[in-house]
Design a protein around this ligand. Structure first.
Ligand code: MG
Length: 373
């Protein structure tokens, strides 16, 4: 398979409901889309970077630039594609930028699979035809409104619900949810908003109070680089600590598990620079007996399909951020998957996801570039 050119698109999408976390509110959802053009066909990849560098240091326009100026030229210079793994090595010439690299890898994998008439699920040897749906809700102005948001997810069939928290918006709203839904599998995500009080025993009181609520896990309470702090916190809490933003490489995952910084891993292909590294993280968690689940990044139907196929792997022992239904004000070029009995169907056609609808894609594309050899 010979790589001829790579097209970059910037899609202007807007979330149907604003998503509020400890890092701020997401409304605009620009998406960088990659299309690789080969002599055997095309492949599509989605970059998970958000509008601003709030969740991580990557952001959509920065990812567009690094793809255009560095990653795509490196890939085109690397010679005939020999699969995603070979190209991951070529892309190591550029430091960091895992989300941009993951988009290119996804497009290469998609092209390979389309040419071979195979699905991602087949490539991963994941044979479940659907995965349980996990819902995520942002912070709400009042506990009552949060309960309503959770109610809507439960009514839609979501099998577990994750609630975003921040200092001052933690145990109160979550207790209201727990009182209304005593048996709901529930977890909380702080997106790194808490700080230890200067010693290993100075645990933020809002987090100690969460122990009474029977949460599946507490996700990323402290900043991404504070593995030692997470280990101290994990020893002090009964609720299992989960890491998300911290897990940007297999090395980080190994260090976190060895330190006891987490008992649960949120695995995101975008943070780990691609599907293959996400599978490796899955394998490592399975080998070491750590619970794991697939995290989401407010993706289009393309990224959602990849996450659903990954979530079908047996080591993902907890329900992931894998959902369906309408996400954007605009039509999603990759379509909308609806939940069936609280589950998300896994794509079994050729490629990682269905190809985009050309008219829907055109209507949300605000920038377009082609990089060729
Ligand atoms: Mg998270």
């Amino acid at each position: 398979m010979r790589l001829e050119a790579v097209e970059l698109r910037l899609l202007s999408l807007h979330l149907h409901s604003p998503h509020r976390t400890s890092e701020g509110e997401e409304v605009d959802r620009p998406v960088v889309l990659v299309r690789v053009c080969t002599d055997e066909g095309e492949g599509w990849g989605e970059c998970a970077a958000l509008a601003g560098p709030t969740y991580s240091d990557e952001y959509a326009l920065g990812a567009y630039d690094v793809l255009h100026d560095f990653l795509v030229p490196v890939l085109l210079a690397a010679g005939p594609p020999r699969g995603g793994r070979a190209h991951a090595a070529a892309l190591e010439a550029v430091q960091g930028h895992h989300m941009a690299k993951a988009a290119l890898e996804m497009a290469l994998v998609d092209a390979e699979l389309r040419a071979a008439g195979r699905s991602l699920a087949q490539r991963l040897e994941a044979d479940a035809d659907s995965v349980p749906a996990g819902g995520v809700t942002g912070m709400a102005p009042t506990p009552g409104q949060l309960v309503e948001q959770v109610h809507a997810l439960v009514d839609a069939g979501y099998q577990r619900v994750k609630v975003k928290i921040a200092p001052g918006h933690d145990v109160g709203p979550l207790r209201a949810v727990r009182d209304r839904f005593p048996d709901l599998p529930l977890q909380a995500d702080a997106n790194g908003a808490y700080r230890m009080g200067g010693s290993a025993t100075a645990v933020p009181p809002g987090l100690v109070a969460l122990d009474e609520l029977g949460l599946l896990c507490l996700e990323q309470p402290l900043p991404a680089d504070d593995l030692v702090g997470h280990a101290d916190l994990a020893r002090a809490l009964a609720t299992p600590v989960c890491l998300d933003e911290s897990l940007t490489s297999l090395g980080r995952l190994d260090a976190a598990l060895a330190l006891g910084a987490c008992r649960v891993a949120c695995v995101k292909p975008a943070l780990l620079a691609g599907i293959d590294q996400a599978v490796a993280a899955h394998d490592r968690c399975r080998e070491l007996g750590a619970d794991a689940w697939v995290g989401g990044m407010l993706e289009t139907g393309l990224g959602r399909a990849v996450n659903a196929a990954l979530a079908a792997l047996p080591g993902f022992t907890l329900v992931g951020d894998v959902g369906g239904g309408r996400r954007f004000d605009e039509d999603d070029p990759f379509g909308i998957v609806e939940l069936v009995d609280g589950r998300v169907p896994v794509h079994f056609g050729p490629g990682v996801a269905p190809a985009p609808d050309p008219a829907a894609l055109r209507s949300v594309t605000t920038r377009f570039d082609t990089v060729s050899r």
